[in-house]
Ligand binder design. Sequence first.
Ligand SMILES: Nc1nc2c(c(=O)[nH]1)N[C@H]1C(S)=C(S)[C@@H](COP(=O)(O)OP(=O)(O)OC[C@H]3O[C@@H](n4cnc5c(=O)[nH]c(N)nc54)[C@H](O)[C@@H]3O)O[C@H]1N2
Ligand SMILES: Nc1nc2c(c(=O)[nH]1)N[C@H]1C(S)=C(S)[C@@H](COP(=O)(O)OP(=O)(O)OC[C@H]3O[C@@H](n4cnc5c(=O)[nH]c(N)nc54)[C@H](O)[C@@H]3O)O[C@H]1N2
Ligand SMILES: [Mo]
Length: 768
Amino acid sequence: MSHKPYTGAAGGWAALASTAKHLVKSENVAKNLKTLLKTNQDHGFDCPGCAWGEKGNRATFRFCENGAKAVNWEASSRRVNAQFFAEHSVAWLAKQSDYFLEYQGRLAEPVVYNSQSGHYQAIAWDEAFQLIAKHLHRLETPNQAELYTSGRASNEAAFLYQLFGRRLGTNNFPDCSNMCHEASGYALSSSIGTGKGTVTIEDFEMADAIFLFGQNPGTNHPRMLETLAHATHRGAKVVAFNNLKERGLERFANPQKPAEMLSGGSSPTTSHYFTPKLGGDMAAVRGIVKVLLARHQQALLHGDRVFDLNFIKQHTQGLESYLIEVEQTSWQKIVEQSGLSQAQIESAADIYHQSDRVIIAWAMGITQHKHSVATIHELTNLQLLFGQIGKDGAGLCPVRGHSNVQGDRTMGINERPSSAFLESIEQVFGFTPPKKPGHNVVQALTAMLKGKSKVFIGLGGNLVAAAPDTALSTQALANCELTVSIATKLNRTHVTPGQQSLILPCLGRTDVDEQLAGPQRVTVEDSFSMVHASAGLIDESREHMRSEPAIIAGIANAAFGASPVDWLSLVEDYDRIRDLIEQTIPGFERFNQNLQQPGGFYLGNSARRRIWNTATNRAQITCHSLPENIISAEVRALSDNRIFVLQTLRSHDQYNTTIYGFADRYRGIYDEREVLFINPLDIAELGFKEGALVNIETLWADNIERKVKGFKLIAYDIPQGNVAAYFPEANPLVPLMSKGDLSDTPTSKSVAVVLTTSADSEIAIALS
Ligand SMILES: Nc1nc2c(c(=O)[nH]1)N[C@H]1C(S)=C(S)[C@@H](COP(=O)(O)OP(=O)(O)OC[C@H]3O[C@@H](n4cnc5c(=O)[nH]c(N)nc54)[C@H](O)[C@@H]3O)O[C@H]1N2
Ligand SMILES: Nc1nc2c(c(=O)[nH]1)N[C@H]1C(S)=C(S)[C@@H](COP(=O)(O)OP(=O)(O)OC[C@H]3O[C@@H](n4cnc5c(=O)[nH]c(N)nc54)[C@H](O)[C@@H]3O)O[C@H]1N2
Ligand SMILES: [Mo]
């Protein structure tokens, strides 16, 4: 039986045991242990796991189980070189699992795809750079190139990469955040005039209440558990809204606290837990506002108030039309769409009302829906009604994913750069960068599918596996004249070559990066806008690997020579890249000096200072109606069967498309990934049995069959009508054109599906 409900707390001995197991598996135990102790410390490297931040003085070591897995995984002593590719054809590799591909070790030598032999073979670095330059020069327009970025790239690499792209003449910078927090950036920019969160880590120590929407920190931001446990311990309320009962949101034993570990104790991470339906959070928040509006109107009768009228008057715009919309939204609609009762919503409103300082945090459960921008506007409205932005212990906190995804945007990885940014590029580098907006991920894939874009370069990441509609994304890459991957580990994208293809092996964050001026540091920015240095420590034979900045400089130099900068000399000493960042981007004054500060420096946040960089110079209270339905009438008309809403999420043993193992401990899954979490009542109503295998088929009005087969039903605490499966196994089900309004983010948390029994089902039950 592979499903055994987990009864322990998150963290604790099980987390330490798992860390140890992964250390041993890496075949590099002593070295990796030493490395782990340097994670997130001054003079060490930034954890390549998540983007959670640390307090200013990083005197004690901080890493978590999943950070340890990320470090171990990168520090593998196995190598993938030309010999490996001589032994394995691309066709054979394409049939292997994502786990198998990455497990083969670190990419160690540049290789080029030979379509005649069907194998990758060795190529010299300079030849690889020339090949890329040749393809770029051959394009009819620079907008036929797609320059993808995954959020691990350092600030220095990202800055050079965007400069290279703009010199080429395109803003085609699709990046992982298009599939991630795009809606947060869009919604926050339009309502409060900055795309970033307004809180710092210190605010979590002052908040009276922390509301968490659609986030699973036990797995994806484990260091946040400590912050939450600490908050509940001092009496703050932590209120979770999550479609599933997640263990890490219930209890946490802190592996960094010996007493708690020895006594077998643990701390609650949340005080209240609500399980809304998928996509139901906007309705839930609308309900909270509706309760508080009624109280406000009552209070006014007695000359009192509930909303912060001074703040509203001084700082906001849009109150009236929003309140009319709230009044017109019926309780029936709120209850039906949120899946929560009016009493539950009232109890959440009570906590909000009783708290002087409130933080609202969220992640993918909010951002990967059709109405994500509207939902984040709704969260922002609630905070604005109470003046909960721009004071200590309060604010908005989109919890970022990749460890430097926020920094990459700051550096200009943006398909819609601001005119101020482009003017700055022109001034510093003396050429006119393109102004036309470029492609995001969905637009880039669409252009490649139509044969309009011809060169794909990936700075990290694994686009084929991370993107929706796997079959179409695979076709998109295969259509290209040239695909280039700058990467640490072999993955699905590399075994989906274009007509020509290059894999360029790079150093990771844990590796020593030796350049002419000595070992180099890079910088990253966390979710709290703290910029700090990161220096690798592992000094193993790295064969032919090069650093990301060196690879980008090599490509740019082959394409343009020393224009507009002497690319190769910048890489000799990354201080020189930082000097250019300082000249181009506000907030990086005295960049190289400021980096010396322990813990780095704070970039600041205008909304936190109650400066609203919006069109009206006020914070915008934005008014949207609730979605008519989570599944559109058009899609509902496609089937007479019972329709479920599917979310795709991460297990405890993966980092996005990187699969470390097959256990999802906190959800009680041990040796498999092709599972479907479903309410036991739904299993019964469908006439299925727990453990049965089902086929999952998407409903989408375009006549393309999207189906995965043989997923095992797991009875789980999830609202009826909702189901969940793992990313990336379920990506073939997400239609490329099912995307967020205004954000274009694939709706990975709401896909309409129907379930049918699978022929293999009988056999599986007999065997178990
Ligand atoms: N170990 C590890 N760490 C990671 C990653 C990783 O893969 N592994 N990925 C990194 C990245 S890039 C990111 S973006 C973050 C992702 O961090 P998360 O956003 O925590 O990641 P998901 O697994 O997608 O989890 C979404 C959570 O939201 C809930 N949810 C889904 N839909 C809804 C909804 O409609 N309403 C509500 N209220 N809840 C909902 C799900 O039940 C789940 O708990 O983590 C980062 N950190
Ligand atoms: N269905 C569904 N799809 C999703 C999501 C979902 O929740 N559901 N989540 C989305 C989200 S939030 C995100 S952020 C994207 C993630 O999309 P990506 O960022 O594209 O994917 P990753 O799996 O993080 O990329 C892993 C690869 O990055 C490379 N790599 C690792 N470290 C480094 C490094 O230091 N440098 C370089 N150059 N390469 C490196 C390795 O080769 C590894 O194979 O996926 C999205 N896709
Ligand atoms: Mo992400």
